[in-house]
Design a protein around this ligand. Structure first.
Ligand code: F6R
Length: 615
């Protein structure tokens, strides 16, 4: 998604803005731009495509003290230079960068055109309108760009914000005014920071790491002004608010590769640490600690998107199995526009970023319907984390690779903690069950480490990837708790290698998908537990009989496996509830290897963004 970065008060502003844009590359973008205030003028540079296209355009820019920058992920109009931010007013006196969507853009354009028939919009974007509106407001209020005071611009800015419907994080600068930046946020993330000399605002904390370690997280509807000396933050009602800065969750190491060739590989290898951190202080032989469930629910609703949805599906199996409480799982975007009925239920929102627009809206819809909410979130300072009634932080650390890897592991563990807690509360999951689980969970990080470094597995993965490299379609099959892994495996493969991949429950094969299997179709079968495993092996036979190349991912004690696949990858045996996590890591590695062999950039897959902050 788009990224915003603004700085004031540092003589190295241009350089730091470019560094910030580089750090935000992982979010996904298709054009970029920067605008600085130099003496009495704006200097703006914009470029389509990679940041390397913008870099040569900024090398000779002066070292301004105030500027804004943006990476754009096209929504309104194609990725062209004209559509790239910053956008300017016709008089070239206002420059704006925007994340989000202005939903009443058409009405606002009409309103402006009725005032000035000759008005020309230079872009297809909804964002440009904001620069026009502020420029008009400044003119109508009779302000002088050079002489008027901050307060006067603040009240113009408020009038503009009040006209905007939709979602936005905004940073605005004025021609010749290198002494302040105006900002606002509504349903789109924005953080600000001030160290007494310089101010920073950004949609993504990755830009800020290394410059400062304290930030203010803005609330919905906050807006204001940042200048060289400090900040003025107003809430939605226009009241000045005092906020304590919070310690940044990121470190410089998080924003860097640390010797790994890609962030995706780095994050896959971080999973032993994620398991340790996520369970630390929460799991013991006797009870689940630090997980509070708002009330005694008779029904649970889980919402999430993409990988978070897949983690939610696994959580559903766990909760129903351990607590016997029924669960309904929805894509967050379906839940928010649905009309749920039935008993009052606990709504669980799962999100790595905590900023996914649909998941946030689903949580808000739950509140409006009077349902208590629980978040399973990675970024603990995020909007979702701050909006839910109770929160379980998965402690995965910043995830930079666009394809979610370590967060899935944390999300599943978060769901498992909820399931065990509900199981204990409802007396369906006993102390001895927990003690047995605890023993395996303690060994899991070491099992993952062993698996990641296992030469035999590496060789098998290499052999498996040969089945895929020149193929356009692939399937992943699972049953029961391995079905979510099949969905997640297919999602990972399609998003980074561009091979069309689908995940199915094995039982569904004969109801349609079998028609797609032909000679050489690669099919990954992910072992399940109990009686469904034999059924799944039967599915493996069915597809093999139709010419498919079967790769079976299972555990070391599975004796049936070898006779049921072209290639078997065996991982360490662990507790049934944890076993899917090991299978999933194999799927992550397989997708990464295939994507790299096909020459794809695994950290920045085409058309995708790290955090989907618009609908
Ligand atoms: C896939 C992926 C996405 C996200 C989805 C939700 O690898 O990363 O499917 O899982 O956009 O994002 P969060 O978890 O941030 O709400």
């Amino acid at each position: 998604m788009c990224g915003i970065f603004g700085m004031i008060g540092d003589s190295n502003t241009t350089k730091l803005l470019m560094q910030g844009l580089k750090r935000m590359e992982y979010r996904g973008y298709d054009s970029s731009g920067i605008c600085i205030v130099d003496n009495n003028e704006f200097i703006r540079r914009r470029a389509v495509g990679e940041l390397s296209n913008l870099e040569p355009l900024v090398v000779n820019l002066p070292n301004a003290e105030c500027g804004i920058a943006h990476t754009r992920w096209a929504t309104h109009g194609p990725p062209t230079e004209d559509n790239a931010h910053p956008h300017m007013s016709p008089k070239l006196d206002v420059a704006v960068v925007h994340n989000g969507i202005i939903e009443n853009e058409v009405e606002l354009r009409k309103e402006l055109s009725s005032i000035d028939k000759n008005i020309i919009f230079k872009s297809d974007t909804d964002s440009e309108i904001i620069a026009h509106l502020l420029s008009n407001e400044i003119k109508n209020s009779g302000l002088d760009l050079k002489k008027s005071k901050d307060e006067e611009f603040i009240s113009c800015w408020k009038k503009v914000i009040d006209k905007l419907e939709g979602s936005f994080a905004l940073a605005v600068i004025l021609k010749g005014r290198n002494d302040f930046i105006l900002f606002a946020r509504k349903f789109a993330p924005l953080v600000i920071s001030h160290d007494g000399n310089k101010g920073i605002l950004a949609s993504d904390v990755s830009c800020i790491v290394g410059i400062t370690d304290k930030v203010h997280y803005l609330e919905e509807g906050d807006w204001g002004l940042i200048n060289k000396n400090g900040l003025k933050i107003f809430n939605i009602d226009g009241d000045l608010v005092e906020k304590e800065p919070k310690k940044l969750e990121w470190t410089l190491g998080d924003a860097e590769l640390g010797g790994y060739p890609t962030f995706m590989l780095k994050e896959i290898y971080e999973q032993p640490r994620v398991v340790r951190d996520c369970l630390r202080g929460r799991l013991s032989r006797e009870k689940i600690k630090g997980v509070s469930i708002p009330f005694n629910p008779r029904l649970l609703r889980i919402v999430g998107c993409g990988t978070a949805y897949n983690a939610g599906l696994l959580a559903r199996y766990y909760i129903e199995q351990l607590s016997k409480i029924p669960v309904i799982l929805d894509h967050a975007h379906e839940f928010r526009y649905g009309a749920p009925s039935g008993p009052k239920s606990l709504v669980i929102g799962i999100s790595q970023s905590g900023e996914t627009a649909d998941t946030l809206a689903a949580i808000q819809a739950a509140h409006e319907r009077g349902y208590p909410t629980l978040g399973i979130v990675n970024v603990e300072s995020s909007t979702i984390a701050r909006n839910v009634d109770t929160m379980i932080g998965i402690r995965a650390g910043p995830e930079i690779g666009v394809a979610s890897t370590k967060a899935f592991t944390g999300q599943v563990l978060g769901g498992l903690l909820v399931a065990m807690k509900l199981g204990q509360d409802s007396k369906n999951f006993h102390r001895e069950d927990l003690s047995y689980f605890d023993r395996h969970a303690r060994m899991l990080p070491t099992s993952i480490e062993r698996m990641l470094n296992d030469q035999n597995i590496k060789t098998k993965l290499w052999e498996a990837q040969q089945y895929f490299v020149d193929k356009n379609h692939a399937f992943f099959l699972g049953r029961n708790t391995s079905y979510p892994i099949a969905l997640e495996g297919a999602l990972k493969l399609k998003e980074i290698s561009y091979i069309h991949a689908e995940g199915y429950a094995g039982g569904e094969l004969k109801h349609g998908p079998l028609a797609l299997v032909e000679e050489g179709t690669p099919i990954v079968v992910i072992a399940s537990e109990g009686s469904s495993h034999k059924k799944l092996l039967g599915n493996a036979r069915e597809v093999a009989a139709r010419g498919a190349k079967v790769i079976l991912i299972t555990h070391q004690e599975d004796e049936l496996a070898d006779s049921h696949a072209d290639l078997v990858i065996k991982v360490p045996r662990t507790h049934d509830l944890l076993q899917p996590l090991l299978y999933n890591i194999i799927c992550q590695l397989l997708s990464l290897n295939i994507a790299e062999e096909r020459g794809c950039n695994v950290d920045r897959p085409r058309n995708l963004a790290k955090s989907v902050t618009v609908e």
